[in-house]
Design a protein around this ligand. Structure first.
Ligand code: ATP
Ligand code: MG
Ligand code: MG
Length: 551
């Protein structure tokens, strides 16, 4: 039996279920629809949906849509698509905090009636000044002790739209002397005369995160409300509202957020990258968004395995991006068929091969997966090899296994060829090279007894498919973007995208469709991009075969 160690949240859950403190695992993933999901959200998704799966519970998708200014249905739809793509289902239907606006209003009225909330008419600056600092007692608002009836009346009139934005707020009456600033009479409602993407003009007061979040958890009978560490100081308030309202006791637990090297995980910054045109959109393959990774060629399994390897911790850290890259290499190594793609082509003429002869050769699709089968590759007198695979004046044959004058290599799945000469342009560029093949050396039927160390990829000139290839590098040049003091935009990598306009691919790729994935032998993993058209294929490089960044 496989024994895996439990993380601290699983330990807590198992102890609760055993002691009877909890009967069920109900979690939720609560995105605010104000941007696309990023790799940090993937951690929360895998954690929340994963725990529900593991303990036979349920996980809700709840849009925390309480701030209408920045939210939209475009984001709602994109978030749903990303979660589905990762392979999770959300307990029947999507939930929305905005569906609870009436209930939340009723809760607020109940707190007013208990003398635990009041309408404050101070300005935002006065409220903030009154909170002072953690080591100094706060200053009570002059409106703090107004009678319940007056509060009820004013709160209703706030809702009815009688007052200007910023003129009134509803505050919880908690403790103006608490060392925890979140307990110094936090704001529960603000006036915002803004149309909401779901409730339209129905409301002109909106609950704050602190008031909406825990109560929404409670309405849904969430047992485990998991959030990132920066909410630890909000927990006493989370508990205070639930206790004073006497509603279902959801419980908040904090875990470390995911930070990834060379990456920003903040919707605000990602939005800025999109809006200022540093990238082509939310799904630019360099973006750390789920849609960016998808377009780049990351698979759901690679992302989920990565998140599982990172694990759940109680303290913040920064995760090495090599772990994510390893995860996609590991997955595609099993799943992606191998093909030949030449990025920087150099023409080779095999001078002793008949002009019009085409021979079909057998190539293995995936050495890791026999069921992937074989394909036929046309071989002819003129082929392309990678320009890097030829040197006019190579070092000793013990250091250079590829082609050079009088050197021999094997063309994979084909023959051993020997370089007999080359042609240079006036500017000194090698234009083409000449080889002779040895008919006794056909792959699989070699009777020559020859041994060569180098094996090259190649593509028949007459059969080649032309394609654009987009090579991506890290979007930022600095590993830990949390510790920089200047603007993170100064750390953008100016060479994060290199476009190869005229790559030459083997004939079998002629009918590749957007989303198809391949290993280009010796180069890396590639996916057909949505920008492809019937007369031009576009490929994105997902990842190189080896971790050779910066070398
Ligand atoms: P951002 O700061 O990028 O806007 P957010 O936390 O404000 O992110 P939400 O939409 O509120 O974004 O997040 C939904 C859930 O995802 C929350 O429970 C949040 O704690 C979690 N989450 C967000 N970022 C990360 C991260 N980097 N690592 C782990 N969980 C995260
Ligand atoms: Mg948020
Ligand atoms: Mg945030």
């Amino acid at each position: 039996e496989k024994h895996e160690s439990l993380n601290f949240i699983e330990q807590m859950i198992e102890a609760d279920l055993k002691s009877g403190k909890r009967q069920a695992v109900h979690t939720r993933f609560p995105p605010e629809p104000n941007g696309y999901l990023h790799i940090g959200h993937a951690k929360s998704i895998v954690l929340n949906f994963g725990l529900a799966e593991k303990y036979n519970g349920t996980c809700n998708l709840r849009f925390d849509d309480t701030n209408p200014v920045k939210e939209s249905t475009e984001y709602v739809d994109a978030i749903k698509a990303d979660i589905e793509w990762l392979g999770y289902e959300w307990n029947g239907k999507a939930r929305y905090a905005s569906d609870y606006f009436e209930q939340l209003y009723t809760f607020a009225v109940a707190l007013i009636e208990k003398g635990l909330a009041y309408v404050d008419e101070q300005t935002a600056e006065q409220i903030s000044a009154g909170r002072t600092n953690p080591s100094t007692p706060g200053i009570e608002s002059p409106f703090r002790n107004r009678p319940v009836e007056e509060n009820l009346d004013l709160f209703k009139r706030m809702r009815d739209g009688e007052f200007e934005e910023g003129s009134h707020v509803l505050r919880a009456k908690v403790d103006m002397n608490s060392p925890n600033m979140h307990m110094r009479d936090p704001i529960m409602y603000r006036i915002r005369k803004v149309k909401h993407h779901r409730t339209g003009d129905q409301w002109c007061i909106y609950p704050t995160y602190d008031f909406a979040h825990g109560q929404s958890d409670s309405i849904e009978e969430i047992t485990y409300s998991l959030c990132t560490l920066e909410f630890r100081d909000h927990r006493p308030l989370y508990d205070w509202f639930i206790e004073k309202l006497g509603i279902f006791p959801s419980q908040q637990t904090e875990f470390a957020r995911l930070n990834l090297g060379y990456t920003v995980v903040s919707k605000r910054k990602l939005l800025q990258l999109v809006e200022e045109g540093h990238v082509s959109g939310w799904d630019d393959p360099r973006m750390p968004t789920i849609s960016g990774y998808r377009r780049r060629g990351y698979t759901p399994d690679s992302i989920k395995n990565f998140i599982k390897k990172v694990g759940v911790a109680r303290r913040d850290g920064i995760t090495d991006i090599a772990l994510l890259e390893h995860s996609i290499r590991e997955d595609l190594n099993k799943k992606a068929n191998r093909v030949f793609g030449i990025q920087n082509p150099l023409k080779v003429v095999i001078t002793n091969w008949p002009e019009d002869k085409v021979e079909m050769l057998q190539a293995v699709n995936n050495p890791e997966d026999e069921s992937a089968g074989t394909r036929e590759m046309p071989f002819s007198r003129e082929i392309y090899i990678e320009r890097d695979d030829f040197m006019e004046d190579p070092p000793s044959p013990r250091k250079w296994f590829r082609l050079g004058p009088d050197r021999e290599v094997r063309l994979k799945y084909a023959y051993i060829v020997k370089c007999t000469g080359f042609k240079k342009s006036e500017s000194g560029e090698i234009e083409e090279i000449y080889c002779e093949y040895d008919p006794e050396t056909k792959s699989g039927q070699d009777t020559s007894g020859k041994k060569v160390k180098g094996t090259l990829g190649w593509v028949s000139v007459a059969h080649a498919v032309e394609a654009e290839i987009r090579l991506y590098d890290r979007l930022f040049r600095t590993e830990n973007l949390n510790t920089i003091e200047d603007d993170y935009l100064n750390h953008l990598n100016p060479n994060s995208l290199e476009v190869i306009e005229h790559a030459k691919l083997e004939a079998s790729l002629a009918h590749a469709k957007p989303g198809d994935q391949f290993q280009f032998e010796r180069q890396g993993y590639f996916i057909v991009d949505k920008d492809s058209s019937s007369n031009k294929l576009v490929f994105n490089r997902t990842v190189t075969l080896r971790d050779n960044w910066g070398k």
